[in-house]
Design a protein around this ligand. Structure first.
Ligand code: ATP
Ligand code: MG
Length: 298
């Protein structure tokens, strides 16, 4: 079926990114709460139509590790992308309470499975792996969103500048190399490190400019988990963050790594953690709104 604006009731804003806004919406005909991402694009009708066509492949295959796609439409030059609403929110808003290693392992497992699904089933590279694109719900499910399904859309967005938190692999910065699966593996490693540590591994405060920050990503040894984490966790992150892209493991190899195999999936309480993290997030957001306490870190 097709979704259009008239059928949607706009609820609250869920967040803002570089390219647009995400809103919680209610789809009246189906009684489904969705997340709708609005992206403004300066494109002509034929290009917009080709984006809609490219997004259509998402109707054909689904995975428990990928945020479900409900449909897209455009109004003038804005694309509206409707997807599954994930009530706990993105990982960057949840890791503040700390992430026990078994939960970290399960989050990583879902991410690797999601990335492998995209590659094997849809032949796509994610291109934007980072904590804001890892969504969690109160059932404890972990799913990826904002992957590069549409070549046309990727191309239209690529012209925009990069933000101050770069998850780009060293080879992409220094040689502007084409995006490969290995670049996603780097971004995965950096995202896990950020989730474990509770902050982005190349903090902008530490560098005087974006140039200095990017130079560090290219020129310095990669960041690593401290020794408060297990040997397995540290080894896993180190493999993802190998500076030479061709040395980084494949998804199949990562899935065999002890960091991902040593826990019994049915025993790890991701749901309990997600609910606690979500409550803490709501308290922080409420306090920020009322002007009490520090604003939540972005
Ligand atoms: P960037 O623009 O650099 O990709 P971003 O991922 O934070 O950054 P958006 O993709 O526009 O930007 O998303 C904004 C915020 O909306 C996200 O950080 C996330 O917290 C929230 N969000 C996005 N999609 C959903 C969803 N399906 N369910 C719940 N929250 C969502
Ligand atoms: Mg996003």
């Amino acid at each position: 079926f097709k979704i259009n604006m008239e059928e949607l009731k706009l609820l609250e804003e869920l967040g803002k990114g570089q390219y647009g806004t995400v809103q919680k919406v209610y789809h009246k005909p189906t009684n489904v709460t969705m997340a709708m991402k609005e992206t403004r694009l300066e494109l002509d009708q034929s290009k917009l139509n080709s984006i809609l066509m490219e997004l259509d492949v998402l109707h054909k295959s689904q995975s428990p590790y990928i945020v479900e796609f409900y449909g897209a439409f455009f109004i003038e030059t804005c694309v509206y992308y409707c997807m599954e609403y994930m009530d706990a929110g993105s990982l960057d808003k949840l890791y503040q309470i700390g992430v026990p290693e078994d939960v970290l392992s399960m989050i990583t497992l879902s991410m690797v499975r999601g990335l492998k699904f995209l590659k094997d089933e849809l032949s796509i590279i994610h291109r934007d792996v980072k904590p804001t694109n890892v969504l969690i719900n109160s059932q404890g499910q972990v799913k990826l969103c904002d992957f590069g399904v549409s070549g046309q859309l990727v191309q239209s967005l690529a012209k925009t500048h990069i933000g101050c938190q770069s998850y780009m692999a060293p080879e992409r910065i220094s040689q502007g190399q084409m995006y490969t699966v290995q670049s996603d593996v780097w971004s995965l490693g950096l995202s896990i490190l950020e989730t474990a540590e509770g902050s982005y591994p190349y903090p902008p405060e530490k560098y005087n400019s974006v140039f200095a920050q990017l130079s560090a990503i290219v020129g310095s040894p990669p960041p690593a988990l401290p020794d408060t984490y297990s040997e397995d966790a540290r080894a896993f992150v180190a493999l993802c963050l190998l500076k030479d892209a061709k040395d980084r493991p494949t998804y199949a190899a990562l899935l065999e790594h002890p960091f991902l195999t040593k826990y019994d999936e049915s025993e790890v309480d991701v749901k309990g953690w997600a609910v606690k993290a979500m409550e803490a997030r709501l308290v922080r957001e409420e306090e920020a709104k009322n002007g009490k306490g520090p604003a939540p870190p972005s």
